[in-house]
Ligand binder design. Structure first.
Ligand code: SAM
Ligand code: SF4
Ligand code: SF4
Length: 382
């Protein structure tokens, strides 16, 4: 194994160097007045990063060697306030967003996050519907916060958990955090009614692949949908190599050797996971046993119907998880832009969007010596 103290990460700080926002062209509207990007994709899902800080140091996301005591996190004044986030979210909703996911960093570290959830829960879509509001968390603070999150208006949570074995999990979170505390958080979220719950497991070949079957057995029949995420080449600090990716089809085969699964239809356009249900003896889906999901960002790109925009902690709007630059909404907002101006700016940016990184990945040979110009997952949110 490489000595972790000697690993060198080509890191360019891509924060706060977003595109300035120019006067917007008229938004591209379909005959049904739906905003679409340059590839015909609607805007439906907004992911908002509320902090760039985290209490874990997952090696695939915030490796300790980079995110150490000298790392420069964003200053508090750089962060969007809850009022600023809500002001922007209102315009996104007017343009078609129906679902908001709070993320980070670790979103439960943001002080009074319940206040923001309460503000977002009051927004309504143009046809008067409440939003689907959810949050992705590492679960460390969930046992303490589940009830207050639910009271504030949060509907669901997704919890990240990469192993059931403490040694494996601690090696991955790199802060010695025990599995049992995350399981307590999952239980508290279920009790509070923050379901149906999803658990995300990032699979790294040779690191936690032995945990796949124990995780499946543990969550089968529990009401939790376990989802396997292919380890992604996001950011520029995790030393990603294709050899470390365990493709979803291999995970699926591994599970199917032990228990029968049946494919389930996707529930909505833009769904990131391919769903498989546990099967009864007659081959039909056993709904009580539940399902597993596969998010195959590396081996099976789902850019074709990607309807997600991402707002960074400091108000940079990213059109793709792998984008090198965002669009500087904070400057526009703090310069006093009116709601109409904000809406036009967002519509213009979405109308120009043609990102499809995963679909293009692998088509062009990568230059391994070139520094990677991509923002970190902990900054932009997952
Ligand atoms: N801290 C929270 C958490 O871990 O759930 C929210 C932020 S985290 C960046 C969001 C999701 O991204 C998590 O499920 C995490 O496992 C996933 N993630 C982070 N780095 C990843 C990578 N390199 N490949 C695949 N998934 C990754
Ligand atoms: Fe923190 Fe989540 Fe990244 Fe892990 S994946 S380091 S918990 S932000
Ligand atoms: Fe969407 Fe970019 Fe991911 Fe493709 S690579 S699915 S465009 S975020």
């Amino acid at each position: 194994m490489a000595n972790r103290n000697t690993r060198v990460f080509p890191l360019i700080d891509e924060r706060t160097v977003g595109f300035p926002i120019r006067p917007a062209p008229p938004p591209a509207l379909s005959p049904s007045h739906m905003l679409q990007d340059a590839l015909g994709r609607p805007l439906r899902d907004l992911r908002i990063s509320v902090t760039d800080r985290c209490n874990f140091r997952c090696s695939y996301c915030m490796p300790k060697e980079v995110f150490d005591k000298d790392y420069r996190y964003l200053h508090h004044s750089a962060l969007l306030s809850f009022e600023e986030i809500t002001t922007l979210a209102r315009e996104f909703v007017a343009l078609g967003v129906q679902k908001i996911r709070l993320t980070g960093g670790e979103p439960l570290l943001r002080k009074n996050i319940e206040t923001l959830i309460g503000q977002l829960a009051e927004l309504r879509t143009p046809d008067g519907q409440a939003l689907d509001i959810t949050l992705t968390t590492n679960g460390a603070l969930l046992a303490k916060k589940a009830a207050s999150l639910r009271d504030a208006g949060l509907q669901r949570v997704t919890v990240s958990l990469d192993a059931l074995d403490d040694t494996v999990f601690k090696a991955m979170n790199d802060v010695d955090f025990p599995v049992r505390e995350v399981l307590k958080g999952i239980e508290a979220a279920q009790t509070a009614g923050l379901g149906p719950l999803k658990v995300n497991m990032v699979v790294k070949r040779g690191t936690n692949d032995q945990e796949i079957l124990p995780m499946v057995r543990h969550f089968k029949g529990s009401g939790v949908a376990l989802r396997f995420i292919e380890y992604m080449d996001v950011g520029a600090t995790n030393g990603w190599r294709m050899n470390d990716v365990l493709p979803s089809h291999e995970v699926l085969e591994l599970i199917r050797q032990q228990m029968p699964l049946v494919p389930l239809p996707s529930r909505q356009t833009g769904e990131t996971a391919q769903r498989w249900g546990f099967a009864k003896a007659n081959g039909s889906h056993d709904a009580a046993a539940g399902e597993v999901g596969f998010i195959s960002s590396v081996t099976r790109a789902f850019c074709g119907d990607c309807n997600r925009a991402r707002l960074s902690t400091e108000g940079q709007l990213y059109m793709c998880l792998f984008a090198g630059k965002g669009h500087d909404l904070r400057t526009l907002l703090r310069a006093g832009a009116s709601p109409t101006e904000l809406r036009q700016a967002i519509a213009g940016i979405w109308g120009d969007r043609n990102d499809r990184y995963s679909a293009l990945r692998g088509l062009a040979p990568a230059d391994a010596s070139a520094p990677v110009r991509r923002v970190e997952m902990s900054y932009i949110g997952g």
